[in-house]
Every structure is written in C-alpha cells, then in structure tokens.
Design a protein around this ligand. Structure first.
Ligand SMILES: [Fe+2]
Ligand SMILES: [Fe+2]
Length: 154
C-alpha cells in the first residue's frame, strides 16, 4: 500500500502497521536465505518477538478502534482475530519447538502471516480509509504501546 496516498486521518496509524509488516517480511526473507542454523534460530526468535508485539497492539488498540465502523469491517475483524490465534499458536510452537521442526514451523508461519498481512493491506486498510475512521489518536496509542512492549521484551 502506498503510504503517501493515505489520508492524514489514517496515515500515521496505517503507516506504523505497514512498517511492522515490512519489517517481518524482511525477516522471512533473511530466514529463507540463511544457511546457518544458529542464525536461523535467532531470526526466528526476532520474528516471534516482532509478531507478538504487532498482534498485541492490533488487538488491544487498532481492532477495537475499528469496531462498529461497518458490518464488513466487523466481519474482517472477526476473521483477523481467528488468524491471530492461529499465528500465535505457530509462534508458541516455534519458541518451544525442536530445531528439526523449526524449518517446517517457520515456513508455515511465513505463508500464513503473509496471507494475513495481504488481507489487512488490500482489504481491511482500504475499508478503514473508505469508512473515514479517524485514527490520529490511535496512532499515538499504537506507538506508545509498541515502545512499551518492545522495551519489556528486550
Ligand atoms: Fe493482524
Ligand atoms: Fe498487521
């Protein structure tokens, strides 16, 4: 999604989330390209941390701010919530799992999160823009909560 074309009421909030998506996608690519087990393990753990924080700020702040904006948005939020649950289950398996299973778990996570991110950026975010939801305060809340959670995990 082209951040410069997003109206100012939604720009900061959606940009923050899109930047998170880009960051995780870079990690997916780095994992795929790595030939080193220790490096793969460390990329996987960074991915899990970033996704955990991202899912949490969406669930605590972003999704609730969109609730009720339209029937279609509510349906997408229900679906997103289910998808987060599945992603979190995969994250838990990666964090607890054996190194033999890392490749398999991580590959499924890559595909699964890729699909979820695509839906957010191509369906949910445009719907939010069309519904003219004012997300300026939400952007600040997302940023503050992300900093707080990232600090706790570091
Ligand atoms: Fe999400
Ligand atoms: Fe997201």
């Amino acid at each position: 999604m082209d951040k410069s074309k997003v109206p100012v009421e939604q720009r900061a909030a959606l940009s923050l989330l899109v930047d998170d998506h880009r960051s995780v996608k870079k990690l997916f690519k780095a994992f795929q390209e790595s030939k080193n087990d220790a490096e793969k393990r460390s990329i996987a753990s960074e991915t899990c941390q970033q996704l955990t924080v991202h899912a949490q700020i969406e669930e605590e702040i972003f999704y609730p701010a969109l609730r009720g904006a339209s029937g279609k948005i509510d349906d997408m939020l229900d679906e997103a919530k289910v998808e987060h649950t599945v992603a979190k289950d995969l994250i838990a398996q990666i964090e607890a799992g054996t190194s033999e299973m890392l490749e398999a778990h991580y590959t499924v996570l890559t595909e699964y999160v890729g699909h979820h991110v695509e839906e957010e950026e191509s369906e949910l975010f445009p719907a939010v823009i069309r519904a003219k939801v004012d997300l300026r305060d939400v952007a600040q809340q997302l940023e503050a909560r992300k900093a707080e959670l990232t600090g706790q995990l570091a």
